[in-house]
Ligand binder design. Structure first.
Ligand SMILES: Cc1cc2nc3c(=O)[nH]c(=O)nc-3n(C[C@H](O)[C@H](O)[C@H](O)COP(=O)(O)OP(=O)(O)OC[C@H]3O[C@@H](n4cnc5c(N)ncnc54)[C@H](O)[C@@H]3O)c2cc1C
Length: 405
């Protein structure tokens, strides 16, 4: 058996590399093992190749977990501003895109190189591709059996991420190890994922593919795993249904069989203090057609499609019955549609569920029942909203663990 390590980190992605660099610089002897040919692949493809590496406004409210309080300690000890300082210290150019989301100006590769540089500073040893065959606890040490031999360590950190994008090496290994040590795992399911729709739930909007507009979207309910949500985001109409940030956010809270609800006027109301009732009851609108009235607050094509759907296309407002006006109002402020499913792990950005936080110490990420065994990053039942929060969790949980190992 070779060197005794302070910690062996399994998985050299966002959380694993960051944790390794921090712990290494605290003079810990750190070995990172990864089965992939190339490390940091999820970082490379993130944010459309520009990596939305954190969110300036990241707070516990941006995370889903069976225990929403679990993230508080780690996020408080390593907030977004600390990662931003690190990025600045490497001279990496970045910009804010939307609601505090920070992206690299050039490429996600900048973040990957920074993480490697931090590991080099901490004299971290990185080995890949290496297969991890088994992990066992033997007389106070952890023994990791790999395709290149046995390694012994004081601690093992599971940082193998979640199940999305199997094509680039995602596995359930962290969850398998959790189960091996009798830790509860919250059933994983795809998150931040496009939803699919049956043709008939959507037929009247099919011709509008390509249209994008800000809406208010809500999904889930109080009794669901992660409760209910309401977001104001951009919605994209596609040939297959609905997509864009609004749907990705809603997907985290959506349960099969339930509907999602869209207020197409969300942004209008917020922007101008818009009052739907006033528009619908205004005497001056009597002689205008239904679609003209709708088009004053909606894109013209959408206004026409809604008027058509309620059989009032071309009709003067004065001729539209109270009942039909009410139906139109419902349609544009509380449109309900039942997704048929999600596009699954291939298209998901994150995994919901994972190692149950009640098994872990929120200060250190260590399994309470197995001293020396840690879980960080996406494999834990902590999922961020869209917008850089998932990387912020990888950094914060990696930092907490690095202080402890
Ligand atoms: C397309 C896409 C875009 C995204 N964009 C963003 C974004 O812009 N902003 C954001 O905040 N989040 C984004 N995310 C989510 C983000 O990438 C993840 O939340 C983050 O990478 C999780 O970090 P991690 O270290 O836990 O896992 P990963 O970064 O996935 O790292 C896991 C590592 O473990 C290795 N591994 C897996 N199984 C084994 C095994 N059995 N043995 C050894 N090694 C193993 C893998 O090879 C990998 O290197 C995106 C995700 C996707 C899929």
């Amino acid at each position: 058996m070779s060197t005794q390590w302070d910690a062996i980190i399994i998985g050299g992605g966002a959380a694993g590399l960051f944790c390794a660099g921090v712990a290494g610089q605290l003079n810990k002897r750190i070995l990172v093992l990864d089965h992939a040919e190339v490390l940091g692949e999820k970082i490379r493809i993130s944010g459309g190749g520009r990596c939305n590496f954190t969110n300036q406004h990241s707070s516990p409210a941006n995370f889903l977990s069976l225990n929403p309080h679990f993230v508080k300690s780690a996020l408080a000890r390593y907030p977004a501003k600390d990662f931003i300082k690190l990025v600045q210290s490497y001279g990496i150019a970045y910009h804010e895109k939307h609601q505090g989301q920070l992206f690299c100006d050039h490429s996600a590769q900048d973040i990957i190189q920074m993480l490697f540089a931090e590991c080099t500073k901490g004299k971290v040893e990185i080995r890949n591709p290496v297969s991890v065959l088994s992990i066992a606890q033997e007389s106070g040490s952890w023994v990791v059996n790999t395709s290149t031999g046995l390694e012994k360590s004081k601690a093992v950190v599971m940082a193998t991420g979640g199940l999305p994008v199997p094509a680039i090496g995602a596995t359930a290994y962290a969850l398998d190890i959790a189960k091996q040590f009798n830790l509860n795992v919250v059933e994983p399911r795809p998150g931040l994922v496009p939803l699919s729709f049956t043709a008939d739930s959507f037929h009247h909007l099919n011709e509008l593919a390509g249209l994008s507009l800000p809406v208010r979207i809500s999904s889930g309910s109080k009794g669901d795993r992660y409760g209910a949500c309401r977001f104001q985001e951009d919605l994209l109409l596609t040939h297959k249904g609905l997509s864009g940030p609004a749907v990705l956010q809603a997907s985290n809270y959506w349960t099969e069989g339930e509907g999602i609800h869209i207020d197409w006027l969300g942004s209008v109301e917020v922007a101008g203090g818009f009052n739907c009732d006033a528009l619908f009851n205004d005497e001056e609108n009597r002689l205008k057609t239904a679609e003209t009235i709708l088009a004053s607050v909606l894109p013209q094509r959408l206004a026409k499609a809604f008027a058509e759907q309620k059989n009032v296309l071309g009709r003067k407002w004065a001729e539209v019955s109270k009942k039909d006006r009410h139906a139109l109002k419902e349609l544009i402020t509380n449109w309900s549609v039942k997704p048929a499913g999600t596009l699954g792990w291939k298209k998901a950005e994150v995994m919901l569920g994972g190692v149950d936080t009640k098994e872990l110490d929120g200060q250190t990420m260590m399994a309470k029942s197995h001293p020396g065994l840690y879980f960080i990053g996406e494999c834990v039942d902590v999922t961020g909203h869209l917008g850089g929060h998932n990387f912020q969790w990888a950094w914060a949980s990696g930092f907490a663990c690095a202080q402890a190992v």
